[in-house]
Write a protein that binds this ligand. Structure first.
Ligand SMILES: Nc1ncnc2c1ncn2[C@@H]1O[C@H](COP(=O)(O)OP(=O)(O)OP(=O)(O)O)[C@@H](O)[C@H]1O
Ligand SMILES: [Mg+2]
Length: 432
């Protein structure tokens, strides 16, 4: 290895230096001895013997000191093994490992030790990093001294998509040369992949939701232009179905636009003071025909007024979605209760909580965490039959996020569901 070679050469290399440092002593001693020989005060062999003694005295202590110093240098000041490099590797936020040219670990940080507990200093990394993608990339990087990237699935303790980046770094050696070390950094790509998957799912879902009514519409247009051209009765029926499908498409587009609007303004908290009681009453009145149709009684239990910092239009949509869901999916319970109370959140912030409770079939616990995902429906067929697009609760969540609130969903299967919209109260008084 490079360090060993340089160590052996360093042992002999300083001789010329030592001679240079002792030159004046040796010169002075040489001249004095020459003078003594010339004055016949000293014989030549004695003068040579004395000169050898002086030279040894001048050189030996210096040599011992220097060897000790250079050994220290090799051990402690070898640039790649220095505390500074170790600190840089330790300070990297992602798992990082520095290898020498042979693939032996020089430094590794705590995150790397957690990722690959088998990694040990001064041992070959190939034995600890067993994934074939890593081994191949590492072998190639060492052979070519070119950067390499590899993606692999780390399955222990949980599935994680990791990306490994191998960067050759030229590190100066102690005696002026350079050595190519390999810096391995690992990046967790799982959140990025999840977002990509969600985006792909979203596009697939949106186009699927649009394609279904579109296919129905074009099918009916073909029928009306062909076989049912002269059939007035069929035309009436088909036109009514086409109207429903067109309304469904318009609603889907409307919901998608509302969602993106709310998302775009998510960072801007609404600052207008609005009384939510009349808003809830307005929504309940608007949904009265649906309630009558489903034979559900809406019971309102609200105070005279309750003010929050909010956006009126968004709050209308929020309560409309919650109450409409209770009427649509909890109709069998024949009652929907809308109430409001003050409570404290987990961190003690006072909140206004609007609860929409139904007494229908409820929701199985495995569905609860996913209800606010776009297009997620417990029973897709049932939701579609009721004109649902599966975007309602996603919109509710985004609206609440923008209002710095949160949505609580509780349900006991066969005993109804309660959707609670929580709005912070304390911040209102500061902004009001
Ligand atoms: N009160 C409820 N009781 C039982 N299930 C519910 C209730 N509220 C929502 N769900 C379930 O959650 C799913 C998602 O609701 P969401 O409001 O997001 O979509 P949707 O009602 O199907 O469509 P949209 O609101 O866009 O018309 C619904 O399809 C339904 O299965
Ligand atoms: Mg809904």
């Amino acid at each position: 290895m490079a360090i060993d070679d340089s160590h052996s050469s360093s042992f002999f290399a300083p001789w010329p230096d030592r001679l240079r440092h002792s030159a004046i002593i040796l010169l002075a001693a040489g001249l004095a001895l020459c003078a003594l020989v010339l004055l016949a005060d000293l014989s030549l062999p004695r003068a040579v013997a004395v000169f050898i003694c002086i030279s040894a005295a001048a050189l030996v202590p210096w040599r011992l000191h220097h060897v000790a110093a250079s050994r220290d240098d090799v051990r402690a000041v070898s640039p790649v093994e220095s505390a500074a490099v170790s600190a840089v590797v330790a300070g990297m936020p992602d798992p990082a490992v520095l290898l020498d040219r042979a693939g032996r670990v020089i430094h590794l940080n705590a995150a790397a030790a957690q990722l690959a507990p088998a990694l040990r200093k001064n041992e070959l990394a190939q034995f600890a990093l067993r994934s074939p993608e890593i081994i191949t990339a590492l072998r190639e990087a060492i052979a070519t001294t070119e950067p390499r990237r590899a993606s692999y699935l780390d399955q222990v303790p949980v599935d994680r998509w990791m990306e490994l980046i191998i960067t050759p770094v030229p590190v100066p050696t102690l005696f002026g040369g350079t050595e190519k070390c390999m810096l391995l950094t690992f990046h967790d790509q799982t959140p990025l992949r999840r977002v990509e998957e969600m985006r792909a799912d979203f596009v697939a879902n949106a186009s699927h939701e649009l394609r279904t009514p579109l296919a129905a519409l074009s099918g009916f247009i073909d029928t009306l232009q062909g076989p049912a051209k002269e059939d007035a009765k069929a035309r009436e029926r088909f036109l009514s179905i086409m109207h429903t499908q067109a309304t469904r498409m318009a609603r889907l587009i409307d919901d998608l636009l509302s969602l993106s609007r709310v998302e775009l303004s998510a960072h801007v908290r609404p600052d207008a003071c609005v009384d939510i009681v009349p808003i809830i009453r307005q929504v309940a009145d608007g949904l009265e025909p649906l309630a009558r149709e489903r034979q559900v009684a809406i019971e309102i239990d609200l105070p005279a007024s309750a003010t929050i910092a909010g956006d009126r239009e968004e709050l209308l949509r929020l309560f409309e979605n919650l109450i409409e869901n209770a009427l649509k999916y909890g109709a069998s319970g024949e009652r929907v209760v809308v109430s409001l109370k003050e409570a404290a959140s987990g961190d003690g912030t006072p909140e206004l909580r609007v609860m929409v409770r139904d007494f229908g079939p409820g929701i199985a616990p495995e569905h609860l965490p996913r209800l606010t995902e776009r297009f997620y429906r417990v029973d897709v067929g049932d939701s579609r039959a009721q004109g649902g697009t599966g975007l309602g609760l996603s919109l509710v969540k985004h609206i609440l996020n923008r209002h710095r609130g949160r949505l609580l969903i509780e349900s006991v299967p066969k005993n109804g569901a309660t959707f609670t919209a929580c709005f912070p109260q304390a911040k209102l008084s500061s902004s009001a």
